[in-house]
Design a protein around this ligand. Structure first.
Ligand code: ADP
Ligand code: MG
Length: 386
């Protein structure tokens, strides 16, 4: 393992002998988009790209870090006013602070880390970084926090030290991920369940459009408002509807004339998406990846035409996938850019990558990026001989 060797050597050079190696991953979300703030399901898994960190307590009250990828050092104390200047170090500082806030102990440590999650591509490199340190600090100090607490430490780090108001999915997936499994998380109750994901004969391919359209955050707020408006209208007839995802499709039809057409379409997407997650879970239990793929296309249609968070680049990639008989394809993440996630038969993989590269580049003037991912284990300590 190349990355492992690199951090071991750098650790030995900077901090000497000893230490242990920890890993945590980025994530994908197979289906369940824009459902989290509607109290619905998401369906993520950890991937085979992540952060590796070699860590050792140093007997001081300071943290000394080296980022291999930035080729930079950072050193900080553990009090609130000790926040480091480098953005990347703030993730680790935040994890230390949030652990302390939860009553955990954080002894000073030395660490060298490196990663292979592409930054800002929608695979959550930041969650991988938070999770690897949350997990390692918990273990080294015998804090005994459960995995949910570790995920929340990562989420609070984003909120309080990195200025990102994210949900819990990314850190949840990075902490709870298991090879060969996706995890259905109910964003209202936080109940979760593992489902088998062993797509023999298929590969998962992310295609990064490498665009991010400006609309994203204002459109996001508008979508949320539409969903709340639709939920409020339904609630008048069905008081049990706390979130939009609690509503049945026929309940939405009852209020069709009482809400703007736009809100209706948004709600139609969300209620459909909650059902699609359940359908995908059923299909996986039957090993039926063709149905999984069809649901992905339906999600893309909904995101593009009902929820209206797609864009030309993503629709182009989705259409190309359909035309080439790729099993499943949809925009992954909030939309207006970022990646599509594709379920591709092995024998089609090379042709699809080639066609997507050539045709996308011809149409948009820049190359997309391709990441092939395998669903893998989440945060963990590596065996001493790894
Ligand atoms: P993403 O969608 O990948 O999570 P973010 O902007 O949330 O994108 O997080 C990316 C940030 O996380 C980087 O700018 C950096 O500060 C930190 N980070 C992620 N991976 C690494 C790494 N391998 N080494 C150092 N910092 C990293
Ligand atoms: Mg992030």
């Amino acid at each position: 393992m190349e990355m492992n060797k690199k951090i071991q050597e750098k650790f030995a050079a900077l901090f000497g002998e000893g230490g242990a190696t920890y890993a945590a991953s980025g994530r994908i979300n197979l289906i369940g988009e824009h459902t989290d703030y509607n109290g619905g399901y998401v369906f993520p898994g950890a991937i085979d790209k992540g952060i590796l960190a070699r860590i050792k307590p140093n007997g001081t009250d300071k943290v000394r870090l080296f980022s291999v990828d930035y080729n930079e050092r950072s050193e900080f104390g553990l009090a609130e006013q000790d926040k480091p200047s480098q953005a990347w170090a703030c993730y680790v500082f935040g994890v230390c602070r949030e652990t302390l806030k939860r009553g955990g102990k954080v002894a000073g440590f030395d660490a060298v880390f490196a990663g292979d999650v592409p930054l800002g591509a929608g695979l959550s490199s930041s969650a991988a970084l938070e999770s690897v340190f949350a997990f390692a600090i918990n273990e080294m100090n015998g804090n005994g926090l459960d995995k949910f607490e570790l995920a929340k430490i990562g989420q609070s780090t984003e909120h309080n030290y990195c200025g990102v108001k994210c949900g819990i999915m990314d850190q949840f997936a990075s902490c709870f991920g298991k090879a060969g499994s996706l995890i259905r998380l109910n964003c209202k109750t936080l109940e979760y369940k593992y489902f088998p994901f062993n797509p023999k004969g298929y590969r998962l391919l992310l295609i990064d459009s490498c665009v991010k359209h400006e609309l994203a955050s204002s459109a996001y707020n508008k979508r949320r408002a539409s969903c709340e408006n639709a939920a409020a209208a339904i609630r008048k007839n069905h008081p049990e509807v706390e979130f939009l995802s609690d509503a049945k499709r026929v309940w939405l039809d009852e209020v069709r004339d009482n809400i703007p057409e736009e809100d209706f379409l948004r709600a139609e997407y969300v209620i459909g998406e909650v059902q699609r997650v359940l359908d995908v879970c059923d299909a996986l239990e039957r090993d039926d990846y063709e149905t999984v793929g069809e649901m992905m296309y339906q999600t893309h249609f909904g995101l593009s035409r009902l929820y209206e968070v797609s864009c030309d680049e993503l629709d182009f990639l989705n259409k190309l996938a359909r035309r080439m008989d790729v099993t499943g394809s949809r925009v992954m993440g909030g939309g207006f850019g970022g990646c599509t996630i594709n379920l591709v038969k092995n024998e089609l993989y090379d042709d699809f990558v080639k066609a997507a590269r050539e045709q996308f580049t011809a149409r948009f003037g820049h190359e997309p990026k391709f990441y092939d991912v395998v669903v893998s284990d989440g945060a963990r300590k590596l065996p001493a001989n790894a």
